[in-house]
Structure formats: structure tokens, C-alpha cells
Ligand binder design. Structure first.
Ligand code: DSN
Length: 427
């Protein structure tokens, strides 16, 4: 990673306060381990694109059909992003304008549904996401959300019989797969067959696993006939913070999605972010990305083995992707909140997380969620990942022993120094 002065020449002269915060964050990222499974480190090329002059440009509309003049280069960059996204995921259509995953999901709902229609999605405490119909979100004022769950939290298997039963009864217009805290692969063929049976769109939010799909480390839902994928671009996909909607086949649906994104919900697209998406998609098309995606899974398996040996309960019994959800309260008597705080003190960032049907409160739940996308970008292999998992358990078990915690922190700092955050991923 660059030195701060190298990157922030002008800010450092002009605005000491903002510069101070950037400098602090850079040190935090450099000297600590990032285990939040939805975070990653982007390349310097992605950051250059995101920091580019394209932030100056209004470009409402889509390539060749804009509402303002001067679009030669915005059209060029958006077309590159679209074509690369289509190639990465095997989609016929891509909309790269959503500012975020939440916006992508909202636009998708309005493209596929009429107000009052029903969506069948994963129960939120079983791994689903806030934008899949949590009561605190406004989307629930427009649509009706019903749920499916895991049948068995020790294997993570979804109750597909119950899903089919609920689908027949509730007649959803969307069957929604996808998750933000679920560690196993879904049976995509079952989702699509149930959706077809009840005449619903099959949609999957792949925000967490987009990079794993693009890198061929997990199955591609489009190979099973899903209609639409929504995603973010900044998690395993290692791009700038933003959203993406892919349509497998239907031009009619892709047109509705385009209309829902703009002018339905958004105004001017963030062209600098779209340029950064194009760069990140280019990186993901590079052969080295396949190695990266495969290593994410190997590293998660190495961490899983340590937790398993220590007898810590993991939801789903372990992991088949990039993340682990561990019941630290049930297994080690430490709440998710306390675990997050203890690990933060030794230079490990992860998040507290509710486990399935958690009896504890969301702000102090039973679990922690952690994953390997960012440490794999740092080029950790199985050996280092295993060591990190051992240090995590050591810290949690010895949380009252400051000398021990200091020693762990030192070892984490050494690992970070040994594996600096790379500037580039394609040679
Ligand atoms: N906040 C993201 C995550 O951590 O999974 C999802 O929006």
C-alpha cells in the first residue's frame, strides 16, 4: 500500500482534518487484519479510476441515450463495464449504475413487482439480508415478504419442502435466494424449479459471493436458470463500493430494470465509480482472479478446521464459501459484542452477528461473522489463516489477560508487516 503522503499530496496541504482521518484509516488497514467478510482491499488502479475526473460528469441515461451532451468517454467507460460484467457472469444484460447493493435490490423489486406483491426470501436470522424485507426497511411498505429457513442449523440445509409449500400458498412473484450471513451453497436447481412452478421470477442476491462466482470457485446461479442476479461490487469481487444488476436472458425484464434504476430511483450515475467497476471487472477477468477466488475458500476451510477442533459451534456446521458464523456465546461464553471488542484490541476486525433464531439482542448477539476475502488479497495461504484462527480463539479464551492480548497483537502486527496490502493484482 502507498504511503499516505504519496497518495494525498493535495489533501495533506489543504485540509489537515480530513487528511488526519485518511492517515488514521490507512494505518488501521495496514496494521490490522480485516476479517469482515463483506470487505476487501481494492487495487491502486481501481482507486485511481474512482478518484478520477469522471466525478465531474452528469450522464443521466444509458450509453448512446443520454440527457446531456459531452458523453464520448462516459459512454466508453460504461460500455466497458457492462460488457465485462456480462462476460464475467454469463449474462445477456448488465446494469452497472446502482449506487449500492440496496439500490440494486430496490430497483429489482420495482422492475419485477406491482405494489402489494409477495416476495419469498430467506429468514433474516438464518442468513438473509436487511434489504430482503426486514421490517425496519421502507420496502416492506410496498411489498409483502414471506420467509424460508434452514431445516437444520448444523448442516445449513434449507427446508425446500417448506419453501415449496409456502410458495404454493403465498404465490410470490419473486423467489429470492442470497444471503449476507450464510456459509453454505444453495441448491439453485430447487429454487428455480419452485419459482417456475408458481410462476415467480427467480432472483439471487450474490453480493457476498460475486467474486467467488466470477472466479469459478462456486457455482454460477445462471447455469441453473436464475432470471436475475443483484450484487454489490466491493466484497469478494474486489471492486469499488457500488451495485450491479445482471439479467440472464430476458430483454423485456432487463429494460424494466434499466427503467427502475434510472429514472425510477436514481439520477446521475456515479461515472467515476462505474469506471472503477470497469477496472475491477477487468481484473476479475484476469486468470489470477481464479487463483484468488479458490484461495479464499481454502483459507476459510483452514480457519474452519481450527474452530471445529476447538469444539466451537459454527452455523451450518462450517463453511463452503468465504465466511464463518460462529456461536461464540454458546461455545465460549463470550457474547458477539464482547468478542468483537476483544478482537479489535488485538488488531482483528470482524463483526458481531445474530445466529439463527438468536435469543440475544441484535446489538449484543450470540455470534461473530468473519471471512477470508481481505486476508486472501494480502496473500495469506492456509498456514497464515490457520494461525489467525488460533490467535482469535486464544484472545477470546484469555480476554482478561492483558499481557497475553498484547503478545497476540504483536504477532498480528508482524503478520501484517510480512504480508502488506498489494497495490496491484495483475502482472
Ligand atoms: N453490510 C453488508 C455485509 O456486511 O454483509 C451487507 O450489506
Amino acid at each position: 500500500m502507498d504511503t499516505t503522503m504519496d497518495l494525498y499530496n493535495f489533501i495533506s496541504q489543504q485540509d489537515k482534518e480530513v487528511f488526519g482521518a485518511l492517515e488514521g484509516e490507512e494505518k488501521r488497514e495496514r496494521e490490522g487484519l480485516e476479517l469482515i467478510p463483506s470487505e476487501n482491499y481494492v487495487s491502486k488502479a481501481v482507486r485511481e479510476a474512482q478518484g478520477s475526473i469522471l466525478t465531474n460528469k452528469y450522464a443521466e441515461g444509458y450509453p448512446t441515450k443520454r440527457y446531456y451532451g459531452g458523453q464520448t468517454y462516459t459512454d466508453e467507460v460504461e460500455t466497458l463495464a457492462i460488457e465485462r460484467a456480462k462476460k464475467l457472469f454469463g449474462a445477456k444484460f448488465a446494469n452497472v449504475q446502482p449506487h449500492s447493493g440496496a439500490n440494486a435490490n430496490i430497483a429489482m423489486y420495482f422492475a419485477c413487482l406491482e405494489p402489494g406483491d409477495t416476495v419469498l426470501g430467506m429468514d433474516l436470522s438464518h442468513g438473509g439480508h436487511l434489504t430482503h424485507g426486514h421490517p425496519v426497511t421502507y420496502i416492506t411498505k410496498f411489498f409483502n415478504f414471506v420467509r424460508y429457513k434452514m431445516k437444520d442449523t448444523s448442516t445449513g440445509e434449507i427446508d425446500y419442502d417448506e419453501m415449496r409449500e409456502v410458495a404454493r400458498k403465498e404465490k410470490p412473484k419473486i423467489i429470492l435466494a442470497g444471503f449476507s450471513a450464510y456459509s453454505r451453497e444453495l441448491d439453485y436447481a430447487k429454487f428455480v424449479s419452485i419459482a417456475k412452478e408458481v410462476g415467480a421470477y427467480s432472483v439471487i442476491d450474490v453480493a457476498h459471493i460475486a467474486g467467488l462466482i466470477a472466479g469459478g470457485a462456486v457455482k454460477n446461479p445462471f447455469d441453473f436458470g436464475f432470471d436475475v442476479m443483484t450484487s454489490t461490487t466491493h466484497k469478494t469481487l474486489r471492486g469499488p463500493r457500488g451495485g450491479l444488476i445482471l439479467t440472464r436472458e430476458s430483454e423485456e425484464l432487463a429494460k424494466k430494470i434499466d427503467k427502475a434504476v434510472f429514472p425510477g430511483f436514481q439520477g446521475g450515475p456515479l461515472m467515476h465509480v462505474i469506471a472503477a467497476k470497469a477496472v475491477a471487472f477487468g481484473e476479475a477477468l484476469h486468470p489470477s482472479f481464479k487463483t484468488y477466488a479458490a484461495q479464499i475458500l481454502k483459507n476459510a476451510k483452514a480457519m474452519e478446521a481450527v474452530f471445529k477442533n476447538a469444539g466451537v459451534r459454527m452455523l451450518g456446521g462450517g463453511t463452503s464459501n468465504h465466511l464463518i458464523l460462529a456461536d461464540v456465546f454458546g461455545s465460549l461464553g463470550v457474547s458477539g459484542k464482547e468478542a468483537e471488542e476483544v478482537l479489535d484490541r488485538v488488531g482483528i476486525t470482524l463483526n458481531k452477528n445474530a445466529i439463527a433464531d438468536d435469543s440475544r439482542k441484535p446489538m449484543d448477539p450470540s455470534g461473530i461473522r468473519f471471512g477470508t476475502p481481505a486476508i486472501t488479497t494480502r496473500e495469506f495461504k492456509e498456514g497464515e489463516s490457520k494461525r489467525v484462527a488460533e490467535l482469535m480463539l486464544d484472545a477470546l479464551k484469555n480476554r482478561a489477560d492483558q499481557t497475553k492480548l498484547d503478545a497476540i497483537h504483536q504477532e498480528i502486527k508482524q503478520l501484517c508487516a510480512q504480508f502488506p496490502i498489494p497495490d496491484s493484482f495483475v502482472q
